[in-house]
Design a protein around this ligand. Structure first.
Ligand SMILES: NC(=O)c1ccc[n+]([C@@H]2O[C@H](COP(=O)([O-])OP(=O)(O)OC[C@H]3O[C@@H](n4cnc5c(N)ncnc54)[C@H](OP(=O)(O)O)[C@@H]3O)[C@@H](O)[C@H]2O)c1
Length: 265
């Protein structure tokens, strides 16, 4: 199924790589105007080169900094003159460590990247979303919010918090016709996994490609469909939620995980 989102105004955080970039490209292909940001200029330039359509707002911003976040949001609203869809995609695992090795600073950093930008952007964008007839907030969470991992308890807790926020926001905003849902991916090969593989290769002296292949093979064993996801595995569901086909869907968390969680409810 392809979706016609012609003219929809969509803001996507963390749009320079992985799932965010793939979403930006897919929304562009569906006819939407896309606003996206990340911190690295070259990645945003690459997205600007590859995205279809016109009138996009692709910029650098560090969304853990309030000033950057406010300036980016203001610029988007000025250029778009409104907003239909907010996709809170930004998130990062951060330090891989068990509970006793994580400091207050690690927890704070996780909060500042995984939860606070979604809270702040939702608050800033809700007045504009109230003016839209097709308003959506879509939060990209993680199966770690449902099945927490002992190697990233901070990230797991923040993602559980984002799922929880999805439900409370959906209740708050139902009367305004703003639909709020979350999408929880399973393991999707992206730059964060590449970085882990690179770090492990440097430590062990094993070539990067071999380490990456080993991670992909071992992770695939945890997936019912026996492969890791790619960013494009997540885009279809998000576009569906943004489309008119999902006009009776709210306050729901969807897993897209190749069957990892196997939760029938
Ligand atoms: N990949 C997975 O296996 C997986 C699984 C479950 C859930 N998720 C969730 O899916 C979402 C996307 O993950 P991904 O793996 O596709 O991410 P990714 O490839 O690591 O990309 C993250 C993007 O966010 C940007 N970013 C990071 N910090 C930022 C900041 N402070 N301000 C603005 N932009 C920032 C990065 O660019 P810069 O570094 O240039 O800023 C990059 O463009 C995240 O919420 C993640 O938690 C991912």
């Amino acid at each position: 199924m392809s979706f016609d989102l012609t003219g929809r105004k969509v803001l996507i955080t963390g749009a320079g790589d992985g799932i965010g970039r793939s979403l930006a490209l897919a929304f562009g292909e569906a006819g939407a105007r896309v606003a996206g940001c990340a911190r690295t200029e070259t990645r945003m330039q690459s997205l600007a080169d590859d995205i279809q359509g016109h009138g996009h707002v692709l910029q650098t911003a560090d969304l853990t900094r309030l000033k950057d976040l406010e300036a980016f949001q203001k610029e988007v609203l000025q250029q778009f003159g409104g907003l239909d869809v907010l996709v809170n995609n930004l998130g990062a695992v951060g330090k891989l460590a068990d509970f006793m090795e994580l400091s207050d600073a690690d927890w704070q950093a996780s909060f500042e990247v995984n939860l606070l930008p979604a809270v702040r952007l939702s608050r800033l964008c809700i007045p504009s979303l109230r003016q839209s007839k097709t308003a959506r907030i879509i939060n990209i969470t993680s199966i770690a919010g449902i099945q927490p991992s002992p190697v990233f308890p901070h990230y797991s807790a923040m993602k559980a918090g984002l799922c929880n926020l999805t439900s409370s926001l959906a209740q708050t905003l139902a009367g305004d016709g703003i639909l709020v849902n979350s999408v929880s991916p399973g393991p999707v090969w992206s730059r964060s996994w590449e970085n882990e593989a690179r770090a492990s290769a440097e430590k062990s002296g094993i070539p990067m490609e071999a380490v990456a292949q080993e991670i992909k093979t071992s992770t695939a064993q945890t997936v019912l469909l026996k492969r890791m996801g790619v960013p494009e595995d997540v885009t279809g569901l998000v576009l569906f939620l943004a489309s008119d086909h999902a006009s009776w869907v709210t306050a729901t968390n969807f897993t897209v995980d190749g069957g990892v969680t196997q939760n029938p409810y």
